[in-house]
Design a protein around this ligand. Sequence first.
Ligand code: C2E
Ligand code: CA
Ligand code: CA
Ligand code: CA
Length: 276
Amino acid sequence: ADTAMYRIKKGGKAGMSIFRIEDQQAELDMRQALQGGELQLYFQPIVEAKSGAVSSYEALLRWNHPERGLVSPVEAIQAAEEAGLIEQVDLWVLREACFAQSILMPQERIHVNITVKSLRDPYFVELAAEVFAQTGCPPDKIEIELNETTQRLDASHILPQLVMLREWGVTFSLDDLGSGSSSGIGLLQELPVQTLKIDRALIQNASFNRVSRAMIRGVVAMADELGLSVIAEGVETAEQRELLMSLGCLKLQGYYFSRPQPLDRLRPNAGRLLQA
Ligand code: C2E
Ligand code: CA
Ligand code: CA
Ligand code: CA
């Protein structure tokens, strides 16, 4: 029932009073989540295909809602957008990831998902600079994953911000390449991108669809020519790993290697270190 709560708005015929109540509820819930420690980051390793060695981690948002339990990050981000709190949530994610990087995994790079909405705002970049300074996380240890599930990614609106972050050493991935929602590859012409992430849907199809395999080979060839890295997402089986290696993917991510984990499971002494 609660899931429907956020969706009712889209129905359009619900009337203004309901609109306001929904907005207020989403806003209250999200404010409470931000202040009350209901948000948490999980980390999933991105590994070298051949050795399985950890190459970096992707931070993934988890929302532990007091009544609803674990809320999907897609819904959490949607709620944050509706509540006008998306920049706060993106900044929270960045700060939390930077803290973890700086204190618990100084050797590792961390990928974070930041919405285009935040990246459009020059002030967000100023706040990001403060986060790097406060946490001691070197900006070149952070890779920002760009996707456009929430709004069409207009390159010109985010380019100045990306260029600035890039100057500090932050790198960027194009997320979800090959998924239905991504117009993806065209953006390469305009944005400073270092990594291409191939969507799980394409990986799943690759086992039985030669078109999918050709697309993966194409992405790998393009990346090679441009000096970019490729990450294949959603790898669940040994067969997929073999296939992707044969298609030239050097970095993989997926349940086959590890599910996303909370920090205390990733680094058993995390609690002590974070309290220190
Ligand atoms: P994404 O960025 O494409 O993240 C990958 C999703 O695939 C994650 O789902 C991850 O848990 C899941 N996944 C990883 N390996 C496998 C696998 O082998 N099999 C399957 N079936 N799934 C796998 P999750 O954590 O539910 O996140 C969903 C989406 O929510 C993300 O897709 C991303 O678009 C968004 N999201 C997650 N965290 C954040 C965040 O901190 N900020 C923002 N703005 N968006 C986020
Ligand atoms: Ca991602
Ligand atoms: Ca993805
Ligand atoms: Ca996705």
